[in-house]
Design a protein around this ligand. Structure first.
Ligand code: NAP
Length: 296
């Protein structure tokens, strides 16, 4: 199967490329730099030089493939307009094709907002973090387009062998410095290992009759203090955590970062029941990341 990937060099995309190639897909990926070109070529992926900000230059090529995965909508200031144009370009190009391309659009768990002790299930109602609200418009437009077969895949916080969302905990813990806890250690994050997420993307690609919203989390909500404690202990650090207020987080890291302060739980029943999803990394404390840290 020929697929076109946006975001191949990213945290999610790198794992997804590996899974797609293992499944025998022929992968073309958007690349905006020579560095990404060489990385992609080394992996066996065909680079397509282009930028999200110029979608009409590559959209025809993308919809020429059987499937497209969009995992590149990162929260830059201009992303609402950029992603609107990407969406419009894909829709316009799809309307001119004779086949119906499969599209998997990556959502954000922060669209569900605070859930506290409740569990967010697939799709609306949303209570979006302002930095990601535009994703809802893109998702709705894509789902409504009959020229595309669209599913929205919303991952929890993605970790992997090199860290992923836990990465900012690793360096201070390794140096024996306090790990920053944003807002409160009681905040819960839904978690997913990148390998399980990659399987979720591919399972959805291979089931084009499935439309609408799918969540992907293997642990519905794990407290951030527990994550920080386990990582600090694995790296031999006894330093206390340092708590930053939401205002301090925004001032230091930008408005998007306050998403990490949302106390949330998210379930993935639809993916398990309808898409044959059988995740393997059910406990992040026994993951390949923790195995790696324990021998450092
Ligand atoms: N990571 C998570 O825990 C998580 C959880 C839920 C949802 N998501 C969503 O998943 C998506 C991907 O997240 P990620 O963590 O993998 O992001 P990431 O590591 O920052 O990677 C972003 C990817 O998008 C590409 N990209 C960004 N701007 C581009 C542009 N103007 N033109 C072409 N390519 C561009 C980057 O290419 P370069 O290498 O050239 O920069 C990179 O390949 C985002 O929409 C994010 O909101 C992520």
């Amino acid at each position: 199967m020929r697929v076109f990937l946006l975001g191949a060099s990213g945290s999610i995309g790198q794992g997804l490329v590996h899974e797609m190639l293992a499944r025998g897909y022929e992968v073309t990926a958007l690349s905006r730099s020579d560095t990404s070109d060489s990385l992609l070529t080394k992996w066996g992926v065909t680079p397509c030089k282009g930028d999200l900000r110029d979608p009409f230059s590559w959209a025809k090529k993308a919809v020429g493939c059987a499937a497209i995965v969009h995992a590149a909508a990162v929260p830059f200031d201009d992303m609402p307009a950029v992603d609107r144009d990407v969406t419009n370009a894909l829709i316009a190009a799809a309307k001119k094709t004779t086949h119906r391309p499969r599209l998997i659009y990556t959502g954000s768990c922060w669209l569900y907002g605070e859930t506290g002790d409740q569990i967010a299930h697939e799709g609306p109602p949303f209570d979006p973090h302002p930095s990601f609200e535009w994703m809802i418009t893109s998702a709705e437009k894509l789902l409504a387009c009959r020229a595309l077969s669209t599913a929205i895949l919303t991952p929890g916080m993605v970790y992997h062998r090199d860290g992923g969302v836990f990465r900012r905990f690793l360096e201070p813990a390794q140096a024996g410095r306090p790990i920053e806890i944003w807002k409160s250690g009681e905040v819960r994050w839904p978690l997913i290992h990148r390998d399980d997420l990659s399987n979720a993307y591919c399972n959805l690609i291979e089931r084009p009759h499935l439309s609408g919203h799918f969540n992907a989390a293997t642990e519905t909500g794990v407290r951030v203090a527990e994550i920080a404690d386990v990582i600090a202990s694995a790296l031999g650090s006894s330093a206390d955590h340092r708590v930053l207020s939401v205002d301090q987080v925004i001032e230091r890291y930008g408005a998007w970062a306050s998403g990490c302060t949302i106390d949330q739980q998210m379930g993935s029943e639809r993916l398990r029941q309808e898409a044959g999803w059988a995740p393997k990394a059910l406990d992040w404390r026994r993951s390949d990341l923790m195995e790696r840290l324990s021998v450092l």
